[in-house]
Design a protein around this ligand. Structure first.
Ligand code: GRF
Length: 194
């Protein structure tokens, strides 16, 4: 299974996928890593000797034109599955149409709770005892697509946003690896979920 992972930030979840796919037994390969900016997580690509590409959002005069270029790059890599992992851009409709349902996003909350870009902060502010991590199929909404996998994560007394997010990311990584395994083994067919 040919994976392309898209990031915007540190790519710590990407790293977990790289570690997993580094194992010859793992039935999926990260064939390329893409970003919408000069993300620090692209350093992981270098370390693992994996090609990377940047489609700078600000270099295009429209979200659609940016999205078209991104889809074109993904096609060139013949991605079987595209994973958004800390990718902080909304894809334009044409791009979602072109890629989904082989287009997953990982989110640091128990969707549909706390969608959006500040899920961890929002959970803390809400004072909930538990939040979670979710892997979904990307649709045209914000964190609104079909849920592929999710698991609860406790909020502990004294949690800061960073400490809670780190605890959630550990679960995100497990979910991501499990989902990729199930898809690669044919136990999970995204087209039936979409
Ligand atoms: C992850 O929690 C992801 O779900 C969210 O942003 C975080 C990215 O972290 N969208 P990293 O870039 O993988 O370290």
């Amino acid at each position: 299974l040919r994976l392309v992972v898209l990031i915007s930030g540190g790519g710590s979840n990407l790293r977990a996928l790289l570690d997993a796919s580094d194992d010859a037994e793992f039935p999926a390969r990260v064939v390329a890593i893409g970003a919408d900016r000069d993300a620090e997580g692209l350093a992981h690509a270098e370390e693992f000797g994996i090609p990377s590409f940047v489609v700078p959002f600000n270099a295009f005069d429209s979200r659609e034109a940016w999205g078209d270029e991104l889809v074109d790059q993904l096609r060139q890599w013949q991605a079987d599955l595209v994973i958004l992992s800390g990718f902080m851009r909304l894809l334009p409709p044409r791009a979602v149409e072109a890629l989904s349902p082989a287009l997953l996003n990982t989110h640091p909350a128990y969707l549909p709770e706390f969608p959006g870009a500040h899920a961890v902060r929002d959970a803390l502010a809400a004072g909930v005892a538990q939040t979670g991590a979710s892997v979904i199929i990307v649709d045209h909404g914000v964190d609104s697509g079909p849920i592929v996998a999710q698991r609860r994560v406790p909020v502990l007394p004294g949690d800061t946003e960073g400490r809670l997010h780190d605890r959630i990311k550990l679960v995100e990584r497990e979910l991501l690896v499990d989902v990729v395994l199930d898809i690669a083994n044919g136990q999970l067919d995204l087209t039936t979920l979409a």
